[in-house]
Design a protein around this ligand. Structure first.
Ligand code: NAP
Length: 289
């Protein structure tokens, strides 16, 4: 990659960033497409978010991604925020144009496109989301606003938190989000056609764990695990053994990145460029161990 005096800047605002595949994904696409851009990690503490956004404006960045823990913290310092980000309550992409910072989210598009890429659709299906954290919240709104599932259920440990989310969904978009206590999951296991894991259970370094018992899985179910490290989680291994169809979390990551890239550059990159960046980083990490 040749960085010149004309090279425009992109980046990722968050903390920590050492685990992130985003710089590798975006720089791979930039290189393949021969664009005069570079994507940088911008590790910043919450107290530094305002100053960082000021610098991004001054340095005429083309745009940045925003990740944990700053998806909400950036909002007060933006010139505009999309309706979608306001409803869902988070920004993962900022576009900088003519000194103006506009925030939106591409997590929804990533989630839907990742599932579509694997050949599946949520239309007419009963979908259960495991967990009720930040991602589960985005997915609940996404499914109800942008897909046509027959039912959406959130199954988590803290029922009062799930009920508050269901209430908010009803207030904001007048739709029904059903609530299930995760402890009662096994009684309803047969009702679900798509199971989405939005908990960190099974994520590195706890790769042996699964949020569900394997005998609760049925062969006609589709299991979408958003964890991408490891790529094949315990849940996905169990699901495959039961004959279920499975989708891993890398697809969502790649497609939210592609959607951001399109907003910044107007170019629709081949997903293969993004996957290649990730594979190169994985090889490098293995070689360094
Ligand atoms: P979060 O806000 O911390 O929420 C985590 C949720 O998981 C909470 O509902 C939490 O419930 C639940 N949980 C944690 N440990 C649990 C356990 N042992 N048993 C049952 N439930 C448990 O996290 P998040 O930002 O939503 O992220 C969730 C997952 O999605 C992470 O694994 C992340 O890597 C993945 N993700 C992937 C992508 C992608 O692009 N593929 C994008 C975003 C997120 P309690 O409140 O009861 O602890």
């Amino acid at each position: 990659m040749l960085i010149r005096g004309t090279t425009r800047l992109l980046g990722l605002l968050g903390n920590p960033l050492s685990h992130s595949y985003s710089p590798a994904m975006h720089n791979s696409a930039i290189e393949k497409l021969g664009l005069d851009l570079v994507y940088l990690p911008l590790k910043v503490e919450t107290r530094g978010v305002e100053a960082c956004l000021k610098a991004i404006r001054e340095l005429e960045f083309l745009g940045v991604n925003v990740t944990i823990p700053h998806k909400l913290a950036v909002i007060p310092f933006l010139d505009e925020v999309s309706e979608l980000s306001r409803i869902i309550g988070g920004v993962n992409t900022i576009v900088c144009k003519n000194g103006k910072l506009s925030g939106t989210t591409t997590d929804l598009e990533g989630f839907l496109a990742g599932f579509r890429e694997a050949g599946h659709s949520f239309d007419g299906k009963t979908v259960v989301i495991l967990g009720n954290g930040g991602t589960a919240r985005t997915l609940a709104f996404t499914l109800l606003l942008m897909a046509k599932p027959s039912r959406v259920i959130v199954a988590a440990r803290d029922v009062s938190k799930s009920k508050a989310l269901a209430h908010e969904v009803h207030e904001k978009i007048h739709q029904t989000l059903e609530v299930l206590d995760l402890a009662e999951y096994s009684k309803h296991a047969g009702e679900f056609e798509v199971i989405v894991n939005a908990t960190p259970v099974g994520m590195f370094p706890n790769a042996g764990q699964s949020p569900l018992q394997s005998d609760w899985l049925r062969k006609d179910q589709i299991i979408y695990d958003l964890i991408y490290n490891p790529e094949e989680t315990r849940l996905l291994q169990d699901a495959r053994k039961q004959g279920c169809q499975t989708v891993g979390g890398l697809a969502m990551l790649v497609h939210q990145g592609i959607a951001s890239f399109k907003l910044w550059t107007g170019v629709d990159p081949d997903p293969a460029f993004f996957y290649e960046g990730i594979r190169n980083q994985q090889k490098l990490q293995k070689a360094l161990v």
